[in-house]
Design a protein around this ligand. Structure first.
Ligand code: UD1
Ligand code: UDP
Length: 386
């Protein structure tokens, strides 16, 4: 049988992490002709993930510019992808999530009448401005998609409510759990010598990441001040901030965080090192999407610096709480988690509503089914809430 040519397009760190297991599986298994395209909407952080998983792009648009605007990335991605789609003519184009790269690649595929498979389809907050622009990117991507690879029953229901044909939706689990398991199995060091001392100290660790566009400016300043206050009132707690390289984030959060000795700011960590840091942490404070999925699976409570989430499953399970970006409230909720053992224990339970580590297998089986080469795979069923 002629191998099926499957083109994956990735631009940012989370897309690369979540598609890495699929890209590796497509190149390991017979019957597939994988083509990997990097827009490099992220440069260093994408290369970090490719290094971790040993992936090489067949095409690289090298898009990233300092302080790039949404319109710039969109137009440059569309212009760069167009000749690649025309030249390679894949049987299926795969995008992941809700970035500008995902939306632009799906649009170009549609223009070339190439069917799109959307991994992590169906996440919704219901608010077009939160997260911005991702909520609209993923809705637009849904309109351009032929095969919807929804991670959970919640995301399947979101798509069905919007009128997507159920026959085109598969419930697969989230590939982030597959990727995280692979990263933990690497058993790497943290990837930054500034963190090595963490293993020799018994003190508690609060892990922090921020990057969302809707939090640039005043919300990030408020979050930074709340963390500085936590550092001052808990000198025994180390606050570790692997900081996104975006100057729009750094310019605001670094002055607000201050220079307390127990606040450790490092550059983005390689994925394996970050996985290890999740395990070393006691509490995670973040506006990240992916970390809302990963930390609960490792039994770590998560306080989310946002007002909405497209990942309600772990909130329902009680391990994730939305705390917004008000300085007083953020300070109070971190204080509560650090001070109230019963509350902490209630939130620090490993839950896996997002996946079981077999999402990649289901997606590959889903591709075979969609091409008419195999049966429709059984859906991912999350464990019942405890
Ligand atoms: C992007 C995605 C967001 C995703 C996030 C993951 C869009 C609109 N946003 O947001 O959905 O959650 O990635 O991190 O698609 N930069 C570097 N080096 C890097 C990466 C970024 O220097 O390796 C800097 C550059 O100055 C760049 C800026 O960060 O201009 C912003 O990058 P961009 O991809 O536009 O936005 P993110 O906030 O990273
Ligand atoms: N991550 C990483 N190194 C870091 C910080 C995060 O490898 O220093 C990983 C993290 O484990 C998760 C992903 O990056 O899988 C999340 O990326 P980000 O928060 O940038 O994007 P989002 O998930 O919000 O789209």
């Amino acid at each position: 049988m002629t191998p099926r040519r499957v083109m994956t397009v990735v631009g940012t760190r989370p897309e690369a992490i979540k598609l890495a297991p699929l890209i590796l599986a497509l190149s390991d298994r017979p019957g597939w002709e994988p083509v990997v395209v990097a827009t490099a909407q992220h440069r260093e952080m994408l290369d970090q993930v490719f290094d971790t998983f040993g992936i090489r792009a067949d095409h690289d648009l090298d898009l990233q510019r300092p302080r790039q605007t949404l319109s710039e990335i969109t137009t440059r991605a569309v212009a760069g992808l167009d000749p690649i789609l025309a030249g390679r003519r894949p049987d299926l184009l795969v995008v992941q999530g809700d970035t500008t790269t995902s939306f632009a690649a799906a649009l170009v595929a549609f223009y070339h009448r190439v069917p799109v498979g959307h991994v992590e389809a169906g996440l919704r907050t219901g608010d077009p401005l939160s997260p911005y622009p991702e909520e609209v990117n993923r809705r637009l991507t849904t309109q351009l998609t032929a095969l919807h690879l929804a991670p959970t029953p919640v995301s399947v229901a979101n798509l069905e409510r919007e009128g997507v044909d159920p026959a085109t939706i598969l419930c697969t689990g989230n590939t982030v759990i597959d990727a995280l398991q692979a990263a933990v199995d690497l058993a790497p060091d943290y990837g930054d010598a500034a963190l090595d001392a963490l293993d020799a100290t018994p003190g508690r660790v609060v892990l922090v990441t921020v990057h969302r566009r809707e939090s640039w400016g005043a919300p990030n300043a408020a979050g930074g001040r709340a963390l500085a206050r936590t550092a001052a009132s808990h000198p025994d707690v180390t606050i570790v901030v692997p900081l996104h390289p975006n100057p729009a984030v750094r310019d605001v959060i670094l002055p607000a965080l201050g220079h307390a000795p127990n606040v450790v700011v490092v550059d983005p960590l390689p994925y394996g090192g970050f996985a290890r840091l999740i395990d070393r942490s006691d509490l995670v404070v973040t506006d990240s999407g992916g970390i809302q999925e990963e930390a609960p699976s490792r039994g770590k409570p998560v306080l989310v610096l946002r007002d909405t989430t497209e990942r309600p499953e772990a909130v329902a399970a009680g391990t994730v709480e939305l705390i917004g970006t008000d300085e007083e409230h953020v300070t109070a909720r971190i204080e509560a988690l650090l001070g109230d053992t019963a509350l902490y224990e209630r939130m620090a339970r490993a839950v896996n509503p997002y996946g079981d580590g077999r999402a990649t297998e289901r997606i590959l089986a889903g591709f075979r089914w969609w091409f008419g080469d195999g049966p429709r795979p059984a859906p991912f069923a999350p464990p019942p809430p405890r």
